[in-house]
Write a protein that binds this ligand. Structure first.
Ligand code: HEC
Ligand code: HEC
Length: 451
């Protein structure tokens, strides 16, 4: 499909020479951190009781509420302890106004459901949550809260990924461009259900000129990251009131830094890898250190060759609607949705901690990023994040490889298995490491640990 390639290239070049994002002042960063850690921006749909009784919907059903229920709940859905005060609740779930009613509290979600991850048993705000079963989480809490309506679209087909794009399509479909709500007559746009989106680490945002996997938005846009507030209860006035808060939240995101690789690194090997990286990889992924560079490059689909579903998958109606709506009219000159030619080559800071790899999380380790032939086709993993779950050799998650998808699994168990033959989950492409020798690959991997 023709994709306004020339326009995308022009836009990319224009953005590269335009100013980089400046981290905002310390007060704004502190306000943004506090807002993320203490506030919810959507009304709470669930009672507190729904959390306490969610286990009654687990299959096989436990005889009674599991001992250490908070931990059992986190493991069931792939959630992590909050590294800030969040009561007994995991990152991503928090108290909020029940159906928006003042004075009555219930439970709701926040950004960290997807953007709060864990590595080596430690939680980080801003690390993508690669363990999450968001489908089961919503289904079970809805049932436990007495909400019997089915989810309006697929939230996830495989653990650690989500159909965030479909959520955006669905939420925007209730709006007119002026943000008024069309409750009965929502736009009938096609809802994608196989985009299989892995969550980018927030600490990479500060280097980016464009964000999202396809570079579909200007990284400076504040309104773009407010799309998760689009539940019909939130009117235009709420968005206008919260825009400065999201400006602070963006400031906080821009202040985040990648965690450092905590195990020994072979300095000599890494130095060899550094040279190879600069020759083979830096033109797309940039250079690192104090004088870093980052080209914010969108690599055309026919060059990158990774799964095209996410690229093709958002309906054009969404972009057209977005560009006429409040979201594109940010002061002073607005940030429209950008046409893209492919996928953005991400910065690789902290890449040791952000497995699985590619926009669809289809490749579990760095070794397999750099060698496309032996990439596992059907695999599962523990979805825990302890040192024993981490593959220090290949760098990423330890996986168990399966010959085929076993029959008769519950939907919850099926989502633990990543089947790269399924739509949106292909593990092809990015063959730039295929002509390296294994020694060269190990050297590059050693260097990647230092980023
Ligand atoms: C349902 C899971 C989910 C929730 C909740 C969520 N996000 Fe995201 N976010 C994603 C996914 C997935 C992407 C990548 C989307 C893509 O390009 O396909 C993303 C991308 C982003 C990006 C761009 C990152 C980059 O480098 O390209 C920012 C910034 C962001 N989200 C901020 C937020 C904020 C702020 C909130 C809360 C208001 C939030 N997100 C809530 C899943 C989520
Ligand atoms: C022609 C540009 C290009 C070159 C050259 C290139 N890459 Fe990439 N790389 C990309 C793009 C684009 C993606 C994102 C693909 C996707 O998500 O579908 C990517 C993804 C990755 C990822 C996964 C990042 C993540 O968080 O999911 C790693 C790791 C990576 N590249 C490492 C390398 C290394 C090491 C080299 C050199 C051997 C290299 N790349 C060469 C464009 C390139």
């Amino acid at each position: 499909m023709p994709r306004w390639t020339i326009l995308a290239v022009t836009i990319t070049c224009a953005l590269v020479i335009s100013s980089t994002i400046h981290a905002t002042d310390a007060d704004s960063i502190a306000r943004g951190k506090k807002a993320l850690e203490t506030r919810s921006f959507t009304p709470a749909p669930w009672t507190f009781q729904a959390y306490d009784s969610a286990w009654e919907n687990w299959q096989p059903k436990p005889e009674k509420q599991p001992a250490d229920y908070d931990q059992a709940f986190r493991q069931r859905y792939g959630l992590h302890p909050a590294p800030f005060d969040n009561g007994k609740y995991p990152m991503g779930l928090r108290r909020g106004a029940f159906f928006g009613l003042p004075g009555i509290e219930g439970l709701t979600t926040d950004c960290m459901l997807c953007h709060g991850g864990s590595i080596l048993g430690k939680s980080y705000v801003g690390l993508g949550n690669a363990s999450l079963d968001i489908q089961a989480f919503f289904e079970d809490l809805n049932l436990a809260a007495g909400i019997t309506r089915k989810l309006p679209h697929t939230f996830s087909n495989v653990r650690g990924t989500s159909e965030a794009g479909a959520m955006a399509v669905y939420l925007h479909s209730f709006r007119n461009p002026d943000m008024s709500v069309r409750l009965v007559n929502r736009h009938n746009w096609p809802l994608p259900d196989t985009l299989c989106e892995d969550v980018p680490a927030w600490w990479l945002l500060k280097k980016k000129k464009t964000m999202y996997h396809t570079g579909g938005a200007d990284a400076r846009s504040v309104r773009s990251i407010m799309q998760f507030m689009l539940t019909p209860n939130n009117g235009l006035a709420v968005f206008e009131k919260e825009e400065p808060v999201f400006k602070d939240i963006q400031g906080y995101l821009l202040s985040l830094e990648a965690p450092k690789y905590p195990f020994p690194i072979d300095a000599e090997k890494a130095a060899t890898g550094h040279k190879l990286f600069n020759k083979k990889c830096a033109q797309c992924h940039g250079t690192y250190g104090k004088e870093w560079t980052y080209p914010s490059k969108i690599v055309p689909l026919n060059v990158i060759g990774t799964d095209p579903t996410r690229f093709d998958g958002l309906p054009k109606e969404l972009g057209e609607h977005y560009n006429q709506s409040w979201f594109a009219k940010e002061k002073p000159s607005g940030y429209k949705a950008l046409e893209s030619a492919g996928y953005q080559a991400p910065p690789l800071d902290g890449v040791w901690a952000t497995a699985p790899y590619f926009h669809n999380g289809s490749v579990p380790t760095l070794y397999h990023v750099l060698n496309s032939k032996p990439r596992p086709k059907i695999f599962t993993r523990s979805f825990r994040t302890d040192e024993s779950d981490y593959d220090k050799l290949n760098v990423g998650w330890k996986v168990q490889i399966l010959d085929k998808m076993p029959a008769d699994l519950s939907a919850h168990e099926r989502r633990k298995i990543y089947d790269t033959t399924q739509p949106g989950r292909g593990n092809m492409g990015h063959t730039f490491g295929d002509d390296l020798s294994d020694a060269e690959r190990w050297a590059i991997i050693e260097y990647l640990k230092t980023l």
